[in-house]
Design a protein around this ligand. Structure first.
Ligand code: ADP
Ligand code: MG
Length: 313
């Protein structure tokens, strides 16, 4: 298959809602009209075969997930996604694989009102980079740097599911744990709703502890107290591993793509009212403190170091 056939057969689709797209796929660059009064938010993430997904993983999930991880970053910024570019490096383009990949990718793009406006297609080891652009009302974006002493630390959904799936080898999408690994739900509605309510936000991609640590560091070197028994866990992870190990996976395991944010205690009621509107469980698990370091009450950290996922060379 030739490069142009890959683009035209699988990725060059007509799009709706495109009054703001002056030029989409087909020229040297996309030309977009920004909405007045909004800031642009740009995020990008790469998925590499053998590192972020496996040969056995359904191409539908690879397509879905390569976009979902980007939308999770957009959600953490409180933005509304608008456009995406897709850089595909393919070893050997196969129609069946590309069709399934595109199905997974576009299902999430369509559900998120997102238009593919360009990309690049090259030959090489299988690797996917998506770049997503979004908008947030000027000055209203959520940052890591806004946490305040006394803020409550709130997380969305359940934590540790993807790590439990990987640790138990239950990565099939038929399994509840495998499903959250293969099809994480970016919390876009929640992220937007938190603008003006939360003081800081991050998405949990490397693990609750390392990601919370980023927030605390960016917020001027703060600390936190986490109550281990408040961390929302998957029943399947608790029954497979016992609750201690399930908590450890939630603290240190990556790939949750839930939001972790901090709010003033006076805003907690407002936040909990978002549970129904956004269709996701919200749990307050701790508090931001002045003294640095993260203390975890009710959890015996054993010999295993409590760190999250980081690429090393
Ligand atoms: P150039 O050689 O000028 O970089 P290309 O031939 O790479 O242009 O791309 C032609 C058009 O197709 C561009 O608009 C580009 O953004 C788009 N495109 C290339 N690959 C993809 C892809 N995988 N998905 C979506 N659009 C793509
Ligand atoms: Mg090109």
């Amino acid at each position: 298959m030739r490069e142009f056939e890959v683009i035209s057969r699988f990725f060059d689709r007509p799009s709706e809602n495109s009054s703001w797209i002056r030029k989409g796929i087909g020229d040297d660059g996309a030309v977009l009209t920004p909405s007045p009064g909004f800031d642009s938010v740009v995020v990008t993430d790469t998925s590499v075969s053998g590192v972020h997904f496996t040969d056995e993983q359904a191409p539908d999930s690879v397509g879905y997930r390569s976009l979902a991880v980007n939308l999770s970053d957009i959600a953490a910024m409180g933005a509304e996604p608008k456009w995406v570019t897709l850089n595909l490096t393919l070893e050997q383009p196969e129609s069946a694989w590309l069709e399934e990949f595109a199905n997974g990718f576009f299902r999430l793009a369509d559900a998120s009102n997102l238009t593919l406006v360009g990309g690049d297609t090259t030959k090489g080891p299988l690797c996917i980079t998506a770049t997503v652009g979004g908008e947030v009302q000027s000055g209203q974006g959520l940052y890591r740097s806004g946490a305040q002493v006394g803020d409550l630390i709130v997380v969305s959904g359940l934590l540790g599911g993807a790590a439990a799936a990987l640790a138990s080898g239950r990565t099939s999408a038929e399994d509840a744990l495998g499903h959250v690994f293969q099809y994480p739900v970016p919390r876009l509605d929640l992220g937007k709703a938190l603008c003006g309510i939360a003081n800081s936000a991050i998405d949990i991609s490397d693990g609750l502890l390392p990601d919370l640590q980023h927030v605390l560091r960016e917020s001027g070197g703060l600390g936190a107290l986490i109550e281990a028994d408040k961390i929302p866990l998957f029943d399947e992870a608790c029954s497979a591993f016992g609750s201690e190990r399930a908590i450890e996976l939630a603290l240190t395991g990556g790939d949750d793509y839930e939001l972790c944010f901090t709010v003033a205690p006076s805003n907690l009621k407002t936040v909990l009212n978002l549970e129904r509107a956004c269709g996701v469980r919200l749990t307050s698990i701790g508090v931001v403190r002045e003294s640095t370091g993260i203390e975890i009450s009710g959890f015996k950290a054993d010999a295993s170091p409590l760190t999250g996922y980081e690429h090393t060379w």
